[in-house]
Design a protein around this ligand. Structure first.
Ligand code: 3PG
Ligand code: MG
Length: 374
């Protein structure tokens, strides 16, 4: 039991029991191939714990966003084949989101889901910020527990949020300030330093009065960013130089031509900021090298285009090499760490993107609260 949430050991005897396990096997699939199976391998400790003790295990997951109707593009068949290799004997149900009852948290759908099962385990950390039927419904009627993955994610992320080794440096990136505003505010309450890179840095740079050319900018959030800078100035770290892409240049299409150049914090008209510059990457790395905890969420630039990967690569390497307890908050940053070959040197890579942000922001998740009802 941790944070009031029962764990596997708290379940009644599982031998011979039929156990429904909600997993998050929403993995990236390109041309019929799973490109990253972390979310599957990360659930194996729970699935194995149950099967080794003689439970009959049925796993259920969503895959993509099929909008409540069966859609062959979102069939779990590819995932099922991989699971059969990794955990033979575990059954995988069809995509939960083929039924509108899943996202609507329809009690009738919950009843159909739990029928025939004796217990429920939630190991779907990445989906536990959703109040969907398979996440919040089963604990109301079945003896329930958090699986190993869910418990570990919560232990690490709430540990960082509530009691970090200091100094605590948080790094946020990604394209939109609006997606991250809540987490930025929460992090400013606990971190010693907050680094801001990625597309979202341009709204902050604009708030400082810089011209940002045609970079991403959420104009309506400029006053909010200005207020954050005013209040937390010294702890908020913005780029001091930027890589810009000139008129005519296109992302993912070097053949289109156009210029790529380094700038300070101002960009001319028609230029778009696509990465942090080398001076910024070095400054951020110094902060990261010298801390007790580092939490990274969101790339520093358009790292999927190799011309603009340098900033994200340098930050990924700094996170991995830091002596700090290092945590990556899922999604794009986890993909970047894998792309740059440093994932193995990071202490914890979360399997949840939105879920990890919401847990840090709120300190709790609907999926955890549901497990506390009994
Ligand atoms: C994710 O990939 O972030 C989780 O699986 C949740 O998916 P969702 O954002 O479609 O709810
Ligand atoms: Mg380390």
């Amino acid at each position: 039991m941790q944070f009031g949430v029962p764990e596997l050991e708290d379940l009644p005897d599982v031998s011979g029991a039929s156990v429904l396990v909600r997993v998050d096997f929403n993995v990236p699939i390109i041309d019929g191939r799973i490109t990253d199976d972390l979310r599957i391998t990360a659930a194996l400790p729970t699935l194995n714990w149950l099967t080794e003790r003689g439970a009959k295990v049925t796993a259920v997951t969503h895959l993509g966003r099929p909008k409540g109707v069966p859609d062959p593009r979102y069939s779990v068949e590819t995932v099922r084949a991989r699971l059969a290799e990794l955990a033979p004997g575990v059954t995988l149900g069809e995509n939960l989101r083929f039924d509108p009852g899943e996202e609507a948290n329809d009690p009738e759908f919950v009843a159909r889901l739990v029928a025939g099962h004796d217990m429920y385990v939630n190991d779907a950390f990445g989906a536990s910020h959703r109040s969907h039927a398979s996440i919040v419904g089963p604990p109301q009627t079945l003896p329930s527990a958090a699986g190993r993955l869910l418990a570990r994610e919560v232990e690490v992320l709430l540990g960082v949020r509530n009691d970090p080794a200091r100094p605590f440096v948080a790094i946020t990136g990604g394209s939109k300030v609006s997606d991250k505003l809540g987490v930025i505010e929460a992090l400013l309450g606990v971190a010693d330093h907050l680094i801001i890179g990625g597309g979202m840095c341009f709204t902050f740079l604009a708030a400082q009065g810089n011209s940002i050319g045609s970079s991403l900018c959420e104009v309506d959030l400029i006053p909010t960013c200005a207020a954050l800078l005013e209040e937390h100035g010294e702890r908020l770290h913005l780029p001091v130089d930027i890589v810009g892409m000139g008129p005519g240049a296109k992302l993912f299409d070097p053949a289109a031509g156009g210029e790529v150049r380094n700038f300070g914090t101002s960009l001319p008209d028609g230029w778009m900021g696509v990465d942090i510059g080398p001076g910024t990457a070095a400054e951020f790395s110094d902060l990261i090298a010298d801390c007790g905890t580092v939490l990274w969420n969101g790339p520093m630039g358009v790292f999927e285009d190799s011309r603009f990967e340098a900033g994200t690569r340098v930050v990924a390497e700094a996170v991995a090499q830091s002596r700090a307890f290092s945590v990556i908050g899922g999604g794009d940053s986890a993909a970047a760490a894998a792309q740059f070959g440093v994932a193995g040197d990071v202490d914890h890579i979360s399997t949840g993107g939105g879920a990890s942000l919401e847990l840090i922001e709120q300190g709790d998740l609907p999926g955890l609260a549901a497990l506390r009802v009994r």
